[in-house]
Design a protein around this ligand. Sequence first.
Ligand code: NAP
Length: 315
Amino acid sequence: MKRTILALQSLLPDEMVKLECDYKVVRLWESNDPDKTIRDYANDVQAVLSTYNSGGVSDRLMDALPNLEIIAQFGVGYDNIDLAAAKKRNIAVTNTPDVLTDDTADVAMFLMLNVARRGVEGDVFVRVGRWSSGPLPLSTSISGKTVGIVGLGQIGQAIAQRAEAFNTQIIYHSRSEKDVPYVYYDDLEEMAREADFLILACAGGPETEKMIDYKILEALGSRGFLINIARGSVVDEDDLLLALTNKTIAGAGLDVFANEPFVPDAMLKMDNVVLSPHVGSATHETRSKMGMLVIDNLSAYFEGKPLLTPVKLAS
Ligand code: NAP
């Protein structure tokens, strides 16, 4: 008999076909009454397929699924999963690192280039016919600037490589110093003071919550730009709005927000902000690789083999 997976969201069609060949998949996102669906399959479910934007995998959900053995996250970040609750129940957790690194780093560069060089603004400027009335205001050079990366993990390092090719100097802040040719700052505020572009590429969760507040934005300064491809929770969004309104910083490029898909109204009206709807990994190629990694982790688990990409549950 096929094992049962509770899927909070769909994989891409090809990967969904593969998954449904091997498992009975309960498609929770299609249910009109998710609580009832969970109750109906409670004793059967051995795995949950989760994604960041499909709500949390909470202590309560795990409680409702007494035979749950593994949570396979479609994404590298897992701040939507209660890891302590999973550990308490001996539930394995996997994620999809590495396969999404390049695409997400590309989005960071896209935001950095667009906000500094007025890319999106220039496109609108041409489309609405304002070019005939005069030139677009001047923009800001990338070359020769200092890029401060918060979180020099897989994506942070891929951003550093790309930014180096744009002739910038790289500095970084992480929990620990790495063996890399970039200057490390133990103190985030000190690094922000040195940076022209502050790029957030760290993990979300309680440890980094609102790490970027008004004090850090003031340190970044009126010629500095904030780029966030990490998590909306890393930034105090009220402080960011204030800093953008009173020009404490020059601008921001944002792929993630505190309360997605809600974006503060005030931000929608700002021309020193480039907005993107959480699309770091959102390409056909990468989403397909992420789906295959979810499937391969589930297969490894149920065949008793080592997990390909386990999330380490704190001891
Ligand atoms: P990773 O390799 O695990 O890197 C995470 C980095 O976060 C590490 O460098 C870590 O520092 C740093 N970090 C964690 N807590 C920190 C803290 N308190 N202060 C400073 N740095 C801290 O993961 P990744 O693959 O690069 O992904 C990074 C994050 O990007 C994910 O967690 C996810 O939230 C986000 N993401 C967003 C998108 C999108 O669509 N926008 C797509 C993919 C990922 P240490 O190395 O010193 O521990």
